[in-house]
Design a protein around this ligand. Sequence first.
Ligand code: C2O
Ligand code: CU
Length: 488
Amino acid sequence: MPVRQPSFTRPGPPRFSRRRLLAAAAGSSAFALPGISLAQSSVVDVEPPTHTLTAAAGQAPLFAPDFAQTDVWAYEGTVPGPVLRVRKDAELSVRLVNRLDQPTTVHWHGVRIQNDMDGVANLTQAPVAAGASFDYRFRVPDAGTYWYHPHFRSYEQLARGLYGVLIVEEDQPPQVDRDLALVFDDWRADDSGNIHEQSFGAMMDWSHAGRLGNVLTVNGLSYPEIPVRSGERLRLRLLNTANARVMPLQIPNHPVYLVALDGQPVAPRELSEGKIVLAPGQRADVFVDMSNAPGTETSVLMSHREGEVQAALLAYSDEPPLRPEPLPAPEALPANGIAAPQRDAQALDVELRMQGGAMGRMASARFKGREMGMRELVAQGMVWALNGTAGRPEQPLLDVQRGRTVVVRMVNEGRWPHAMHFHGHHVTVVERNGNPVEGTEWRDTVMLEGEDVVSVAFVADNPGKWMLHCHMLEHQAAGMGTWFRVQA
Ligand code: C2O
Ligand code: CU
């Protein structure tokens, strides 16, 4: 693979940063301000039994108003694609229609799904050819915030706009005034307002942090305006769909309660200064009380190495506060009933060494069944490895009886952060850099800083072949992906 230098590599603040009204792209009709009563959230509409997701080239106003439209690939013509909303335990039925000029699939990120619906090209299904379609049909066992995206050439297909939100409603949705998904993505734009195409596949990105962008969007718009009313409580579902950017987000000057991570409820806690870090693929559900005065404004912020970006604007209407007193701190969402790992003699321990990358110590790795030196690996587009193998190995990392507890000790041997994503299961961190971690917080994507050693535990109770890979999509493409098997 030729080494191509992108025309810029240092992402800065967005160059086009004007307010846009956040409207239908949020996939929610909830932007009209609600009545006075504390309504049960959402579940407004009766979903038709079948959705269609047509993946096709299209246009989206990502960088408007500076550039009216940008060429993208989109589901159903919008970036993000449509918000799919279903009830917990319901069956979701979606037809993928591929109008791209290359194969694709749909992966349902974070859903403890039946294996043959997981959407991993060449592991759980054949890629869906250009012009073909594929029917996904599965039960969604867990309430929470999930998302969908291709699992074929992910580094390109996501960067061009293919992703969307999947919301699974609790049986008894918590009381909030409105429920909004906010999808954060960064884009690498060129000077003509198009996606920088020459840098797809650039080894410079693949061997470093991945493809970082220079424009931030929320629900497909640069610096959108979110109309709010004083006194209301919002449930915000925050998602990081960027290829590679770790996003430190902040909702300043408001009470922000964390209630779920990666779809799974946590004991509610108020976030210090309203800050939370989301690695690529991760989600957080927060309840935010609109505690400021009518007519005021607050920007949601994302920080990066050189400063802060205004991501979205919370714009208060002039209406009087919705209620006289602030609401009490929220209660926990109902747990989804994930089996607790048992770290006894039956538990299976496995080590996952994360190797390679620029300035790494990796001298060689196995690829396509053969040991190759770095130079040869790079020529193959490979710069990362897991346990000495670049790319998905023929043999799984582990092959485990159903129901057994697995403890994976992940050792980041390099200095780059990674976001390790487990398919079909949620895991809980049990140890971080030698320190035991108390309590259970389920995640499907676990971030490691450079040199971190993090152990996670889970019950391997979902039969099938499951990917385990870095969700920095360039790292995945350049070798950082393996798989494990849970026997039926
Ligand atoms: Cu969100 Cu294997 O991916
Ligand atoms: Cu990575």
